[in-house]
Design a protein around this ligand. Structure first.
Ligand SMILES: [Zn+2]
Length: 229
């Protein structure tokens, strides 16, 4: 840290490898010293761009390291950060518009991520649907109505219950009992699942936890079997 601050060595690695000073070799364009012989190996510690790392083979990268290279200028992409935040908001179903600041959305994401867990679809293991959700489905079928939040709750519950996309779409077709329209919960052709459900599966979203169901007024405060699940 002293070196970094005093000599403005901004690329100096702050962390030492195995309590040694190996990291000091990471000053750009210095010769790499063999740990065995203490001799330069002919390879330099060169700076690489992300593009180079992605596109070049290991042999080509070694080729670049044979002589000092211009140190790439590091550009922080605000655009990339924004895209990443927007992507995460979609995953956690955080409402976002271009006028929301990254700081604001980051806070919302922290809040949302403590409610729902995400994982890959491979990790999805089957959980029996909870009683309060079954009642919600039955009630919505009986009344031919369901709002967007309830749809999310139902779709995710059934995804975690091991239902297929077309089976889940069929539930929504049963609830609404009208032409599918553009809503994406089902299609008029029952063999094609609604895109909302396909998207949820692709995002690896999981069912709502009981605290959130309670906040939404879907799960009763006491006496629901989901208490134990
Ligand atoms: Zn419940």
């Amino acid at each position: 840290m002293h070196l970094k601050k005093e000599y403005k060595l901004s690329t100096l690695d702050e962390r030492c490898i195995n309590n040694s000073v190996s990291c000091l070799r990471r000053i750009p364009n210095t010769a790499y010293i063999s740990k065995l012989t203490n001799e330069p190996t002919g390879v330099y510690c060169v700076g690489l761009t992300v593009d180079e790392v992605l596109k070049l083979s290991i042999e080509e990268l070694y080729g670049l390291a044979m002589e000092p290279q211009e140190v790439p200028v590091r550009v922080k992409s605000k655009r990339a950060l924004r895209d990443m935040v927007d992507f995460a908001c979609d995953m956690f179903e955080v409402q976002h518009t271009v006028s929301n600041s990254v700081v604001y959305l980051y806070d919302k994401l922290k809040e949302a991520s403590s409610y729902s867990s995400i994982g890959s679809t491979e990790e999805r293991y089957i959980k029996a649907p909870r009683k309060c959700i079954i009642e919600l489905i039955e009630n919505n079928i009986a009344t031919n109505s369901s709002n967007h939040d309830e749809n999310n709750v139902i779709a995710l519950e059934l995804l975690d219950a091991g239902k297929t996309d077309t089976e889940i779409s069929f539930v929504f077709a049963s609830i609404y009992d009208e032409p599918a329209g553009d809503y994406g919960w089902y299609n008029d052709d029952p063999s094609i699942p609604g895109k909302q459900i396909v998207n949820m599966r692709a995002k690896g979203l999981h069912r709502y936890n009981k605290r959130r169901l309670r906040d939404m007024g879907i799960c009763p405060e006491y006496g629901c079997p989901c208490e134990r699940s």
